[in-house]
Design a protein around this ligand. Structure first.
Ligand SMILES: Nc1nc2c(c(=O)[nH]1)N[C@H]1C(S)=C(S)[C@@H](COP(=O)(O)OP(=O)(O)OC[C@H]3O[C@@H](n4cnc5c(=O)[nH]c(N)nc54)[C@H](O)[C@@H]3O)O[C@H]1N2
Ligand SMILES: Nc1nc2c(c(=O)[nH]1)N[C@H]1C(S)=C(S)[C@@H](COP(=O)(O)OP(=O)(O)OC[C@H]3O[C@@H](n4cnc5c(=O)[nH]c(N)nc54)[C@H](O)[C@@H]3O)O[C@H]1N2
Ligand SMILES: [Mo]
Length: 744
């Protein structure tokens, strides 16, 4: 690990440092030889889908695509370190609670099922049949199935997700909160009514044809490193890359491809041709301003709008009536900057708009996303080559999980088909999302919490209340690969059920099994592990669900254990229920899998009125506070999994409790870089404070701060979420600073 320091990073993203960091990650996990062998199988036709992110692969049958953070994700799973029953015997839960997330992660893979023993405050071994019986007993003792909550993170395969939602609905509830609720929920909520699909409309091929790519609120250098190679190729052929991000992110400025020997010797490509730094939450105004400039120039696509769109007249008047000073104040950009971006947009024949968490995690995120789609529609940039909407998903199968029915608000059409295929009456009442689940546990209305992956205790907002909520449960259960905070913040009874990871061989009665995933651009393909399991006592996620269902639902007509003998049987059932999966097993044989299709891409608008709609939105009213804090990822973490303590591109080494602030704000506050502050968030139900953050001077607009999650989740009020989508507003926390009493 590096020594603690703050030093500006002057090199391009990627390059030799990416190779060095990858090697260090493999060394730390003690798997250098195995690591290289494993990585060769990442994203290959016979190999496994990288558990890193949901960015698609250019060519599933081509050579291995190097990605630093892919290596870290794979190394974390393929690690040689193990958490055994002896480990748990040595540490009480209370003692483990004193360890930070980085240390917890470093202990390695879980090896056998464990149950919490209150008398000794330790986890002790339990057999698989006893574990399933325990969960079944708790579930069946509930007076109402709606008192159980079933969370899903986004690594779960299609096969596991499909069986899981079926089990939960046969059990009798739609309480299926998932990580999407905290992530791209607003993208689906905004796009579905507007253009009829809740997913991105582009494919990778469009990146080779776009004249301009507008990137809003996304940090691909860290979170989707393989996207940089697309951006590099685009930049080289003259495509304009226009970034909107309050923070200057090195990964969007310059790139040197670690796969390319010439680039490693010093070659690099400038990525962003234009880098605009709006205020946090300023994007709706930015998009509205660009549209205003387009309309003022009379540069809208009249035939496209006439043929395909609804609501243009009212929308146009609303936008033209907006005055420039209001747009400047709300966006944090000048009229001239917006005009310049609009010129690029008007000169481009085909434009892609991408976005990430900088757009979705705000109160007005759904409106902002609809304004981004308005921006595309106004010049006909949906459904033509090189153009379209590209919400860049996070977890490697988060999109597939939704497709499989992991959703607390399923449509009646989906439930009808599910009920018909499995001969039962699915519950119709909509279930809890993440925020509602926490509220229900706090109120005593949910007593069993079950998680398929993820780290609910650390990923969710309002840490103190979330922990109270989990601790109020009668039973908490985690199907999981590695030890994390959620195992330590537990209910009265608690179980850890360790499962196989994606890199591992999944052996069932008919032989080794593959599972399928769907990437951010709707490509579905198979993933096949090839490493021996981390322990002989692990089960696959589909097998865990099937055994749990068999134990809980003796009356079920579903042949649970038969289905998992051969996952092709599960895929046949998926084909019967989920649209777009006809001939599922056959079509998987094509290298790279198959494209699920996208109606908006074909300019078919599956909306209430059969057209794409312009959605009118006022500029948001943002309550006054000293600062707005965005909570982001460092370069050395995967969500709540902390791989290391460096954030190389932002020049932070050996620290995680940092707060980025600009020079003028430091002076105004009478503070200096290197001093320690407490951050207090201000909300209508009171204040929350997180202590001791190191101030780091950074290129970020006035009144804006940035810090890492999960450390700052304690500051995000449970009641602060996106209108309609209810995604925690974790990029826009109203806060103030005070000098820390305790010194470093
Ligand atoms: N290595 C690695 N890869 C990952 C993950 C990881 O943790 N580590 N997480 C995965 C997951 S689940 C997801 S969802 C994605 C997340 O990938 P990103 O969407 O890139 O997520 P964040 O790190 O939260 O970064 C958000 C970016 O938005 C900017 N931003 C913040 N507020 C605003 C705003 O108001 N407006 C604008 N325009 N920009 C803003 C921030 O400066 C930052 O650059 O990555 C996935 N891939
Ligand atoms: N403040 C703030 N909060 C945020 C965000 C933010 O930007 N700011 N981002 C939000 C976003 S975008 C997301 S997606 C959520 C993420 O929320 P989650 O998905 O709940 O969290 P992760 O940290 O990705 O989960 C990591 C854990 O997953 C388990 N795991 C890993 N691989 C597997 C597997 O193959 N199977 C199983 N069963 N378990 C596995 C490991 O035990 C690991 O500890 O966090 C959200 N929280
Ligand atoms: Mo995410």
């Amino acid at each position: 690990m590096s020594s603690k320091r703050i030093a500006v990073y002057t090199k391009p993203a990627g390059g030799l440092d990416a190779l060095k960091a990858s090697l260090a990650a493999m060394q730390e996990q003690n798997i250098v030889a195995k690591g290289f062998a494993t990585m060769r199988n990442a994203n290959q036709p016979e190999g496994f889908d990288c558990p890193g992110c949901a960015w698609p692969d250019r060519n599933h049958h081509s050579s291995f695509e190097f990605c630093e953070n892919g290596v870290k994700a794979v190394a974390a799973e393929a690690t040689a370190h193990r958490v055994t029953r002896e480990f748990f015997a040595r540490h009480t839960v209370n003692a483990l609670m004193q360890q930070d997330d980085y240390t917890l992660e470093s202990h390695g893979r879980l090896t056998e099922p464990m149950r919490y023993d209150a008398a000794s405050d330790r986890y002790v071994p339990i057999s698989w049949p006893e574990a399933f019986a325990t969960v079944a007993q708790h579930l069946n003792a509930l007076p109402d199935p709606d008192q159980a909550v079933f969370y899903t993170s986004g690594r779960t395969s299609n096969e596991a997700a499909f069986l899981y939602q079926l089990f939960i609905r046969e059990f009798g509830t739609n309480n299926l909160p998932d990580c999407s609720n905290m992530c791209h929920e607003p993208s689906g909520a905004g796009m579905k009514p507007q253009i009829g699909v809740g997913k991105g409309t582009v494919t990778l091929d469009d990146f080779t044809r776009a004249d301009a790519i507008f990137i809003f609120g996304q940090n691909p250098g860290t979170n989707h490193p393989r996207m940089l190679a697309e951006l590099r190729d685009a930049a080289r052929r003259g495509c304009r890359i226009v970034v909107f991000n309050p923070l200057k992110e090195r990964g969007l400025e310059r790139f040197s491809d670690p796969k390319n020997p010439l680039e490693l010797m010093g070659g690099e490509t400038k990525l962003a041709s234009h880098y605009y730094q709006p205020a946090i939450g300023g994007d709706l105004a930015v998009a509205k301003g660009i549209i205003k400039a387009v309309l003022e120039a009379g540069a809208e696509d009249v035939p496209f709008i006439a043929e395909h769109c609804e609501g243009f007249g009212d929308f146009r008047s609303n936008v033209l009536a907006e005055n420039w000073s209001a747009i400047e104040a709300s966006s944090g950009l000048t009229h001239a900057q917006i005009q310049e971006a609009a010129q690029i947009y008007m000169q481009s024949r085909a434009t892609i708009v991408t976005w990430g968490m900088g757009i979705t995690q705000h109160k007005h995120s759904v409106a902002t996303i609809q304004m981004l789609v308005n921006l595309l529609l106004v010049r006909g940039n949906i459904g033509k080559p090189g153009a379209g909407a590209c919400p860049v998903r996070g977890h490697s199968n988060v999109q597939g999980d939704r497709t499989m029915g992991i959703y607390e608000k399923p449509s009646d059409a989906f439930l009808d088909k599910l009920g018909a295929a499995f001969d039962f009456e699915p519950p119709r009442k909509h279930g809890f999302d993440v925020v509602a689940a926490i509220e229900a546990m706090l109120a005593g209305n949910a007593k069993v919490f079950f998680a398929m992956g993820g780290n609910f205790a650390a990923a969710t907002p309002d840490t103190e209340r979330t922990w109270d909520a989990l601790r109020a449960c009668d039973l908490t259960v985690h199907v999981t690969t590695k030890l994390n905070r959620s195992h330590l913040v537990h209910g009265k009874a608690a179980l850890i059920l360790p499962c196989l990871g994606r890199t591992e061989i999944d052996m069932q009665a008919s032989g080794p099994q593959g599972v399928t995933v769907e990437d951010s651009m709707s490509m579905v393909h198979i993933s096949q592990g090839m490493n021996p399991p981390a322990s002989p006592d692990l089960m696959s996620e589909p097998a865990i669900v099937a055994h749990l269902a068999a134990a809980t639902l003796p009356q079920s007509k579903t042949r649970w254990l038969w289905l998992i003998e051969d996952y092709r049987r599960i895929r046949d059932r998926i084909e019967a229920v989920v649209d777009g999966f006809m001939h599922f097993n056959e079509r998987l044989r094509a290298p790279g899998g198959f494209y699920l299709g996208n109606s908006a891409r074909e300019r078919r608008w599956v909306t209430a009125n059969g057209r794409a709609s312009f959605m009118t939105h006022a500029l948001p009213i943002i309550p006054k506070s000293d600062f707005r804090l965005m909570t982001v990822r460092s370069h050395d973490q995967y969500n709540t999994t902390v791989y290391g303590l460096d954030d190389r591109y932002r020049g932070v080494y050996g620290h995680r409790r940092v707060c980025f602030i600009n020079r003028e704000d430091l002076a105004r506050q009478g503070l200096k870089a290197g001093e320690w502050v407490d951050i207090t968030s201000v909300w209508d139900d009171g204040e929350r404070t997180a202590k001791r953050f190191l101030l780091v001077e950074y290129d970020i607009p006035d009144g804006c701060l940035a810090s890492y999650f999960p450390e700052t989740n304690a500051l995000v009020p449970l009641g602060a979420f996106a209108d309609e989508a209810r995604t925690p507003a974790s990029k826009s926390v109203p806060v103030r600073l005070s000098r820390s009493a305790e010194l470093a």
